[in-house]
Structures are given as C-alpha cells and as structure tokens.
Design a protein around this ligand. Structure first.
Ligand code: SAM
Length: 271
C-alpha cells in the first residue's frame, strides 16, 4: 500500500507489532464454525493473518483510500469480500450465510460504544465478537456493582453477553501510538439470558436514566418512571444509587414499569 498518513477523524492507529497481531489471532482462534467479519481493517494487519485461517472474511472499512488498498489483493484472496461502508450503519443481515457471525476488529475508539449498541440489533446472528478497545471502556464492560467503572455499559452488555477481558496492549504496538492503553475483549451472547427482561427498550432506558446522575438516589433519577412505593414493592431501596444495583435489580425495576405502565414486548432491540 502506498505511504498513507493516518487520519485522526477515522480513529486510525495501525497495529505494527507482529507479536501482538499473532496474540490477537490466537484469541480470535479462527475456525470454520464462524462467518468472519472484520470492522476497520485499515492496512490489513489483522486481515492478512485472518485470511490464512478462515474460509471466508468480510471486511467493512469507511476510509475509501484504505478500501482501495485492498483492491489489488482480490485475485489472491477469492475468499475476501470488501465492503466500503460505515460499520455504524451497516446491515449485518446481508452477510448471513447460515453460520453465526464472529465479528472482530481493532475498533476506532471514538465509535466503539455506539457500534456495540448497533451490533446488539443483530445479536441473534452473532456467535462471538472479539475487539480491541480503549482499556478504560473494557474495564467498564466487565465492571461489577459498587465499582467506579460500573455503569450502563456494564449492565446492558452483561445482560446480553458473557464479557471477558483477555489482555492489555500498550500504545507502542500501534502507529501512531494512541494516548491511551488498549485491551482485547471477547463478547459471547448468553445461551440462556441470565435475567428475564420483558421489554428491552424499557430496560435500556431505565438503566440509562438511573446512571444519568451517578451521585443521585433512585428516588430522584427514576422519579418520572416509578414511585417510591412501587420500588419498595419489589424490595428495592429508593435511597440507593444506581451503582449499587445488580443486573437482577435493574431487570426488576424495568419489568415492574413494563407491567404497570406499558404493554409487554419481548423483542431484544437496541433502538
Ligand atoms: N485494523 C487496523 C489495524 O489494526 O491496524 C486498523 C485499526 S484503526 C484503530 C481503525 C480502523 O477503522 C481504520 O482503518 C479506520 O479507517 C476504520 N474506521 C473508522 N471508522 C469506521 C466506521 N465507522 N466504519 C468502518 N470502519 C471505520
């Protein structure tokens, strides 16, 4: 690929440490059981390694100059499909081939949270996701109640996935080096959802609302949703703060609101 100046607006930090690339490939553990998709392949640090191991790989890249860098490789890699597209708006259903998706990527940090929420819409078709993210975001994903990192991302993702932090990657592994540390995280949709949620949209909104002002009590943050009496009826102390509640408690609050105020809807959707 010709000399290419990394573009800040696309969150471009290219992996340049071969050992780290191999460690990530090992974590992905490519096998024929999955339909592989890479988001943001950049200059191909992970892509060309993956292509050695998988039966088919789809790549989705927003930067057209980087997309054109893959064009000359089409002939050598008939099992590569290139999408010049925005992963945030992409309809992943078009990739379905009967196998579950394994979505991987060294993600642009500025879009990682909205992207993961967009991918929640396709969870029924996802087998696994393996991502490199800012370490602080991964710490939030795996956080437990009563810790500083615990928040909306922890609750929503742990409801939908088994979330596992695999290892850290230092800034020197990239060009240009980012200002933050990075980590590899793996998300596997639960085969059995850990708590029953009757309406995912309500659950998502209540969790967001409860964490919107971390220092305030539930009585305050959820006052437009549930009364003190309603909270007490399910044995949730309205004087508690969101950061002390586990997944089950949030599910109880959301299910009570759904039961008392709207018709139940069972579909899991992140909209
Ligand atoms: N995978 C490469 C590597 O490890 O060297 C590049 C990683 S770089 C952190 C992120 C990549 O995502 C860049 O290639 C960037 O152009 C691409 N990107 C940024 N926003 C995107 C979007 N919305 N959809 C798809 N790709 C995007």
């Amino acid at each position: 690929m010709p000399t290419f100046l990394p573009r800040k607006r696309f969150g471009q930090h290219f992996l340049q440490d071969k050992q780290v690339v191999l460690q990530i490939i090992h974590a992905i553990s490519p096998s024929s059981n999955y339909n592989f998709v890479e988001i943001g392949p950049g200059k191909g640090a992970l892509t060309f390694e993956l292509l050695k191991h998988v039966e088919h790989l789809s790549i989705i890249e927003l930067d057209r100059d980087l997309v054109s860098g893959f064009e000359p490789h089409r002939a050598n890699y008939p099992h590569l499909t290139i999408y010049s597209a925005d992963a945030l708006k992409f309809n992943y259903l078009q990739l379905m081939n009967g196998q579950p998706l394994h979505i991987v990527g060294n993600l642009p940090y500025n879009i990682s949270t909205p992207l993961i929420f967009h991918l929640l819409n396709f969870i029924a078709h996802v087998g696994k996701m393996t991502f490199m993210l800012q370490r602080e975001v991964v710490d939030r994903m795996v956080a437990s109640p009563n810790s500083r990192s615990y928040g909306r991302l922890s609750v929503i993702l742990q409801y939908a996935f088994q979330v596992q932090k695999l290892f850290d990657v230092p800034p020197e592994a990239f060009y240009p080096p980012p200002k933050v540390e990075s980590s590899i995280v793996q998300l596997i949709p639960h085969s059995v959802i850990p708590v029953q949620v009757t309406n995912f949209k309500v659950f998502n909104q209540i969790v967001s609302q409860a964490f919107s002002q971390r220092r305030k009590t539930l009585r305050n943050t959820l006052k437009h949703w549930l009364t003190v009496d309603e909270m007490e009826s399910i044995e949730i102390d309205p004087l508690k703060r969101a950061e002390t509640l586990n997944l089950e408690a949030f599910a109880k609050l959301a299910n009570l609101f759904t039961e008392n105020h709207i018709h139940a809807e069972t579909e899991l959707s992140a909209d």
